[in-house]
Design a protein around this ligand. Sequence first.
Ligand code: AMP
Ligand code: MG
Length: 420
Amino acid sequence: MSGRNDCFALPPGTHWTPVDETLAALRAAAEPVTPVRHRPLAEAAGLRLALPAIAERDNPPADNAAVDGYAFAQADIAGLATEGGRVRLPLTPGRAAADRRASRVLAPGTAMRILTGASVPHGADTVVLQEDALAEGGAVAFTPPTKPGANVRRRGEDAAVGSVLLSPGHRLKPQDLARLAVAGVAQVGVHAPLRVGILSTGDELLQPGEDPAAIGIFDANRPMLASLAAAWGFDAVDLGAVPDRAEAVRAALDRGAGSADVILTTGGASSGDEDHVSRLLGEEGSRAIWRIAVKPGRPLALGRWQGVPIFGLPGNPVAAFVCALVFARPALEVMAGGTWPDPVAYPLPAGFAMRKKGGRREYLRARLADGRVERFHSEGSGLVGGLSWADGLVELPDEAMSLAEGDPVRFLPWASFGLA
Ligand code: AMP
Ligand code: MG
């Protein structure tokens, strides 16, 4: 999705493009399009790093105690006589607690009370757990041997100053914010969220609040794709729903080109009389219709409108959803400044048997039950309920196959597509 105009040039015509070939071409063409900004850490959750995040300091900043106990020097107990199997060290008065004070000093041959997180006093190198020690009469007794360095977190063991903690392309998770915060990172260079325009097309489309008795189809794709975009950390830009009229589609694409970085349309992507998205991209934009060897899906119109990349997804909500996950998501992720995601598949036993013909990849709506993968009772791609029922997809290979119950299948939970 660079400035090059040939970015979607795949063999057109009746050739059925395999899924992997489609993905390879998308991957080759996709590149980041969003501006880079510096953001305070607290405002960077879910964004993708544009610059490496570098540790501003060591964490821990000094050796500190991992437990409540007593700090001492291993060398001080080496030659010490034992009483009842225990060594005794006099206690330095006071205690080391987790605070902002510079490190304390341990007098040679003594121990010091220390609490979790406190810097280990100079002169000490080991902490004995309070439950393993007996403190009385100004001394502490415990049973050797103790492991040198036990119960001490070493300076810099979590993060070393100057090291790259996270690299460009990484999408910041809540736990990443913690990791950067402890290393003193206050600001990060991130990509602004990708603006994803979403447009439904179709004369039959009804909008929320319209008379349920009316003939027509309620627009399922717009709310679905908008919330997908949001779940992936993009800004959804609602371009509305337009009837199957070239003028209306053109006006909506013009609006989209002005307000979004990329546009997802649904409907009108094949080569029928009313397939205006496809036709307009062919006549006035740049287009490559890809007949993709995938079920559900098939026609995917890819192109540009005023330079803005467009994914013309099928109108059928099941096909639109699967194509959005499989094809649009990885490309959008790269456009947003992220790294190309390959979904993780889990081989699990099939709870069903089936035959499939060769020449196309198939995705079944599926869910887990008793360690097996169940498929939705119908392959009818118009059944939106199956998407809602499913926990993920089963990916069947391009080749013909016959599957027996218990055979392993590739299960892709929604999480493999960046969804909860
Ligand atoms: P199309 O790709 O325009 O030929 O549409 C394929 C099928 O998907 C038709 O049955 C449409 O009615 C249906 N469809 C298209 N757009 C939507 C939408 N936004 N919501 C629900 N169904 C749709
Ligand atoms: Mg249509």
